[in-house]
Design a protein around this ligand. Sequence first.
Ligand code: AMP
Ligand code: ZN
Length: 490
Amino acid sequence: MGDPEVRYRRIQRDYQMAIRIYNTETKQLEEFKPITPGEVKMYVCGPTVYNLIHIGNARPMIVFDTVRRYFEYKGYKVNYVSNFTDVDDKIIKKANEEGVDSSVISERYIKECKKDMADLNVKPATTHPQATQEIDGMIEMIQTLIDKGYAYVVEDGTVYFEVDKDPQYGKLSHKNLDDLQSGFRSIQVTGEEQKKSPLDFVLWKPKKEGEPYWDSPWCQGRPGWHIECSVMSRKYLGKTIDIHAGGEDLIFPHHENEIAQSECANGVPFVHYWMHNAFLNIDNHKMSKSLGNFKTVRDIDAQYDPQVLRYLMLSAHYRSPLNFSADLMESARASYLRIVNCMDNVDFLLGKASAQKLSDAEAGLLPESEKFRQEFEDAMDDDFNTADALAAIFDLVKWINSNVNGSTSKEFLAKAKDLLLTLTDVCGLIAERAPEADEDETARIEQKIRERQEARKNKDFAKADAIRDELKSEGILLEDTKDGVKWKKA
Ligand code: AMP
Ligand code: ZN
């Protein structure tokens, strides 16, 4: 059997499996091979900032943050870029309604979005570029596309990408161009009569009254939506990147157009792996602002610990649709609490344990815990199957609960804790909650508990009950266990 540490390293080495990713472009699971060994260059399309983000927007944030965390756990350095779209019709409309500059709206909601991300334990990106700060780069890429013959300027100064010039167009969304052409032909968009083909899309458009604008060689105006991601991805990650991700609604036209712009301008492949999350629905309906059946992350925060939402998002595979409902949130809460309670118990026992070092029996038992790590890694290696990864965490929780008690050594408890913390942290789930009470309050509560124990020893049950009730009225619940009295806030 040998030293558990050595065994554990051997298990790790033997099972070192490659990460497999479902690539939307090839529609296949592919082994992940980074462009630069040990590094991941990853771009995730971020929100348009004109409102508080809704829980649908939170799905890609949580899912791809977990992908990032898993790469980091595996030892990769991840360069993670996620943009804020801060120039857009909806932002301008809101700014005009409020009578303020559109930057007031976008800055306000970027700030709010960052608050929501922090609540959901989504790590800040390495870089969070904003479209309005990158206009020069966009003008330069558009000019390159014109110079290379992929884009054309019409009379009013609008610049279009000419889809017919790109033989690869449609490769991501697997759309048939002829079907698309005829579909689009039937939709007459006012102001777009000068397009050569209905599929051509805007790279730059002239300003309208009351809109922000920038000077350009073609007219005073602003960029189309798609060009910002091509430009920011190249600037912060390079011409070819490992992973580009977003919600499945972005496959067409946004990501298809990004590929066309980037590959025609740069002359090299744009992205090796395309990842798309399925949609979050609500009560079995598509979540939509116009139907009024959407919830913001802030709405959830008012009712639940945001970690419960994070848990819910990870309880399904990212490529499966997920239906948000109050019932599902309740069961997510119960599951999340099982993890937290296990950690609370380990912390409680750590505070009491008298033995420091592993007993022989514990030394024999400890290597068993590694099979949960393996189960976890197998699930995550398989296209980030977080549902199965959470199941592995629960197997670990069960194993810890049945193997720790008042006589467990500190070393065993610390190792169990470390593994549970490591795996939950890959999921971005906070297993060890910060003490809710400050030190003085903790000392006061523990003093009360000692007085109650004293009263019970003296058979003064009335006094003991009174102390319990007094604490209960403050929302502090006592639990008598064989290892001593535990307390928690209700
Ligand atoms: P938007 O601000 O609409 O560009 O959306 C920002 C990100 O959220 C994009 O990756 C979208 O695909 C994604 N998204 C929007 N709504 C949902 C939803 N209901 N479920 C999952 N992802 C969504
Ligand atoms: Zn994008």
